[in-house]
Write a protein that binds this ligand. Structure first.
Ligand code: FEH
Ligand code: ZN
Ligand code: ZN
Length: 343
């Protein structure tokens, strides 16, 4: 079968032909409908994230059950499913509460999930190690639903942690309106009454935010002007919550500058920015968080929001074979919403 494979750091992804896997006891074989292309893949390809290749890329996957391994119950061939991407040990404290994203044993497992050390979904078929990683999609289109498992789940997890701060008189700032950011602005409008501000350096991304109902959008290239605009909206309290989906030094610095006291700054993007600490900077009472992905129960909640029509991923589909071109477009910021590879 065709697959997009990570070989080693510094080497582009390869389109290869590998054997179609067969499910062993407890495993489930999926026919892939769509595999989302996440910006984190660029970090996997470019930097050493401690993941040893070769493995098939793609950690944001959905499709249909194609075959069940011995002992697998509750699923049947043809079921439309999303894959809960963080694969943990299943027995540590975090895994026991469905937060496999925070599994304590990832290092000893040598993998963080499909597409993250194990074979992922940028292929015609994908092996899932346990039926516990499957979430039913029912009537949702699996191609559109694939981004729910990462581009929506990751911001949902970060937003859920910040909900107590997202009151009607609060201001929340989203920096970076790409794959995760375009879902974040929808989630915030669905879940909170807070005033929403969207920032990006790309006018097309700001237009996308406005198309998604965001009334306050600002160009974050000019940090002084952006900080002034946010202060005018948030007032002396400052932003109650900042969600930085870029994580570069400029965006982290802007987040530290605009967040108020008794607030939360969540740095999700892998841009390598460093939070500079000094007295009252970030302001006293600011919780600085580095959330990672989300729990399985949160994925159920995200899928329920999608089924209720409250959120919808904006997807650009491409054939699997165009993976290298798609990664290049992602590098150049030329993807609106989320790119999904379709085998
Ligand atoms: C993947 C690998 C490493 C860090 C973060 C990620 C996220 O894209 C997972 O959703
Ligand atoms: Zn990701
Ligand atoms: Zn675990």
């Amino acid at each position: 079968m065709k697959a997009v494979r990570f070989v080693r750091t510094g080497q582009p992804a390869e389109i290869v032909d590998i054997p179609k896997p067969m499910p062993g006891p407890g495993e489930v074989l999926l026919k892939i409908a769509g595999a989302g292309v996440c910006h984190s893949d660029l970090h996997i390809l470019d930097e050493d994230l401690g993941l040893k290749g070769p493995f098939v890329l793609g950690h944001e996957n959905a499709g249909w059950v194609a075959a069940l391994g011995l002992g697998v119950k509750d699923w049947k061939e043809g079921d439309a499913v999303a894959v809960y991407g963080p694969w943990g040990c299943g027995h540590c404290h975090s895994c026991q509460r469905s937060s496999e994203n925070y599994c304590h044993n990832h290092a000893s497992l040598g993998t963080m999930g499909g597409g993250l050390g194990s074979d992922g979904g940028m292929a015609e078929y994908m092996l899932v190690p346990s039926a516990r990683q499957l979430v039913a999609l029912d009537d949702l289109d699996p191609v559109l639903a694939a981004p729910l498992s990462d581009a929506a789940l990751t911001p949902y997890h970060a937003i859920k942690q910040a909900l107590p701060l997202l009151t009607p008189d609060a201001t929340v700032v989203v920096i970076g309106i790409g794959g995760l950011g375009h879902m974040a602005v929808q989630l915030l409008q669905a879940l909170t009454p807070a005033t929403l501000v969207a920032g990006d350096i790309d006018p097309a991304k700001l237009e996308h935010a406005r198309a998604l109902g965001v009334s306050h959008t600002l160009d974050t290239r000019d940090a002084d002007a952006a900080a002034e605009a946010i202060a005018a909206i948030a007032g002396p309290r400052g932003a109650a919550v900042v969600l930085d989906f870029v994580g570069a030094q400029a965006t982290v610095d802007l987040g530290v500058r605009v967040v108020g006291r008794d607030s939360r700054l969540s740095v999700v993007g892998l841009g390598g920015g460093v939070v500079q600490y000094a007295a009252n900077q970030p302001p006293y009472g600011c919780q600085v968080s580095v959330p990672y992905w989300g729990s399985r129960t949160e994925l159920l909640e995200v899928i329920a929001l999608a089924r209720a029509g409250r959120i919808r991923s904006e997807v650009e589909t491409f054939p699997l074979e165009q993976a290298q071109d798609v990664y290049q477009r992602l590098r150049e910021g030329r993807i609106r919403g989320r790119a999904v590879l379709v085998p």
